[in-house]
Design a binder for this molecule. Structure first.
Ligand code: SF4
Length: 221
């Protein structure tokens, strides 16, 4: 039942919006950097920060690791909360260099659950960030949950509004094939419909999911 509903939602969104080409990023390291910088800001601001890092020729693990914290904060200033985010990037670098010789390729052989535990242990890396890194940078079959995801599945009655992050993740991962490309596209499509239609004040008219049973009696988030 849930499986069918989630499959139908995916199909309707894909038919309406087409492929979303996520995650925008030329390299694995750029994806990771973007995942850390995107917390509490728009993607447009993240792009400005990444452009700064590229212009300064700093967007590699080695170069970022050796960059002074204040210089890093200045370069990523457009992303907002730049002092906090500079520390978070440094925390990631320290973990990578302390444990894996600064080589992202050394993470490829680590079991997904173990890698998730290690990422979550890095100060400033939360579930959504860790799961974005796992899915989009390392092609692991982990479903990324965010506020859009929660709002849409709550409103469509697929899970109770008290469900937490892990329960939402489990809902998707246990109902869908463990297909990295599907998880990649599905999350991006949920973000798209969340931004355009399923806002805190829902715009159900002409939403691709309008024909499915839903309720907007409660305003989530
Ligand atoms: S806007 Fe309405 S129809 Fe669209 S996903 Fe949200 S609740 Fe469903």
């Amino acid at each position: 039942m849930t499986c069918e509903a989630l499959t139908e939602i995916y199909q309707l969104l894909y038919d309406a919006f087409g492929p979303q080409h996520w995650w925008p990023g030329e390299t694995r390291f750029e994806i990771i950097t973007g995942a850390i910088l995107t917390q509490n800001t728009s993607w447009a601001n993240v792009e400005k920060a990444i452009t700064n890092l590229k212009s300064a020729n700093r967007l590699t693990p080695e170069k970022l690791h050796h960059l002074d914290l204040a210089q890093l904060a200045e370069l990523i200033r457009p992303a907002g909360y730049y002092n906090i985010k500079a520390k978070r990037l440094k925390n990631f670098m320290n973990w990578l260099f302390d444990n894996y010789q600064g080589e992202l390729t050394n993470l490829e052989s680590i079991d997904t659950d173990q890698l998730r535990v290690e990422l979550l242990a890095i100060k400033g890396v939360g579930r959504e960030t860790a799961d974005s890194i796992l899915l989009y940078a390392f092609d692991r079959p982990i479903f990324v949950v965010d506020a859009y995801t929660a709002r849409i599945v709550f409103r469509h009655g697929l899970i109770g509004p008290d469900a937490d992050y892990e329960q939402l993740r489990e809902l998707f991962e246990s109902s869908l094939p463990q297909d990295t490309q599907l998880f990649n596209e599905y999350h991006a499509l949920l973000v798209r419909v969340g931004k355009e239609f399923c806002r805190p004040k829902a715009r159900c008219t002409n939403c691709p999911l309008e024909k499915l049973p839903h309720t907007i009696d409660v305003e989530y988030f």
